[in-house]
Design a protein around this ligand. Sequence first.
Ligand code: FAD
Length: 451
Amino acid sequence: MAAEFDLFVIGAGSGGVRAARVAASHGARVAIAEESRFGGTCVIRGCVPKKLFVLASRFADAFERAPGYGWTIDHPSFDWPRLREAKDQEISRLEGIYRRNLESSGVKTLASRAVIEDAHAVRLLADDSLISARHILIATGGRAARTAIPGAELALISDDLFELSKLPQTLLIEGGGFIAVEFACLLARLGVGVTLVYRGERILRGFDDDCRAHLQAAMQDHGIRIITGCTLQSIKAQGAGREVRLSDGRVLEADAVLMATGRVPNTQGLGLERVGVSTDARGAVKVDADSRSSQASIWAVGDVTDRLALTPVAIREGHAFADTVFGSKPWRVDHRDVPVAVFATPELASVGLTETQAREQVGDIKIFRTSFRPMSSVLSTRLERTLMKLVVDARSDRVLGVHVCGEDAAEIVQMAAIAVKMGATKAQFDATVALHPSAAEELVTLRTPVA
Ligand code: FAD
């Protein structure tokens, strides 16, 4: 019997939506099931609402700097419910666009949880119907994982922060990854007293060490309390608040606790064992370079594969899959030199190798580094500095990494990423005329290596 669809996509997030639309544009009959809201993590409870909150929080810095630039700002005040409502409206608008774009591409949208029944069939739990498809794409993303400690259920996860009716006065965050750090910075600017507890010695493992140290110090200067080398042992309700015991024996109190200790792939209960789809120890679907799983008709893209958990990567993986399988245009995603940002304040962004990675992988390298006060602060009392760093292969002169911690870091690094991806040399950076006065010009005027 012929299959009803050429492609059945499970999960309408970044990767699934792109794959569905591109496959449909190649003439495939496509259906997509979503158990929550169309748009997925990025649009509903990730990148987009998070960035709106970050932007809201940075008005606090602008108000602080403004008097130095001649402004008088009397008693600025902040209204959380108003921000949340405005965010909700924008997210609903985007969700509608995602859904309409799918439907106008000819993709059948189904509001239901879907599980895999066999290599060519999916069951919709909303009405218990069975749908057949030649190919199945798992694009179910990931979810926040709570650490297994007594009282873990009393902690919030990042999803909850987007829905809070009221901001806590004090918040204890466990974690040192980008989500923990971003929420720490933004909530501190919205008036929350933030304590960050992290098991490592320095936040943001995997990023360049100089940038990590720079950001950690800037956060502390802003009044965020950072406790490193510690984990949470237990959480107890204490009136309306929480009492937290740390691994070093300390007991802390806060109105609320946020666990931002990591995310796990969404594969539980999907029926993967039934159809012979292999997963790794974290539950991620194992795929080859074309995103094909161990079962020939089943594919997976995005966070559920635990490669690089970023929206643009999920989108590319979905696009490459659809072009390869339905468009006779095979191509593969290159996961090297992907630019990444932490929307902390100050912002941190990177592309390519860190100094530590370059020393391990290349050996003979040169480091160019500068630190300066951005012009947006020089007329104010703020002492913050921007850090920029280039990692260069000493033999080939190729720029292996660009790291920025400061205002507009993400915007700067997105552009620098083009040069890094093209294999630009330090000499070519030097041959580029500076755009003055800008912060980014520092990247083309660094002349003396510091190491
Ligand atoms: P998702 O977008 O998670 O989509 C998966 C979808 O599948 C979900 O809608 C889910 O409801 C649905 N689903 C799951 N199981 C089923 C099922 N059985 N049946 C039907 N539907 C199902 N990335 C960036 O690049 N930049 C950022 O600034 C950034 N900020 C982030 C901030 C936060 C707080 C978080 C949590 C993430 C952030 N990310 C960011 C990561 C980014 O959101 C993800 O990498 C991206 O959304 C992954 O896309 P995906 O398609 O793999 O999965």
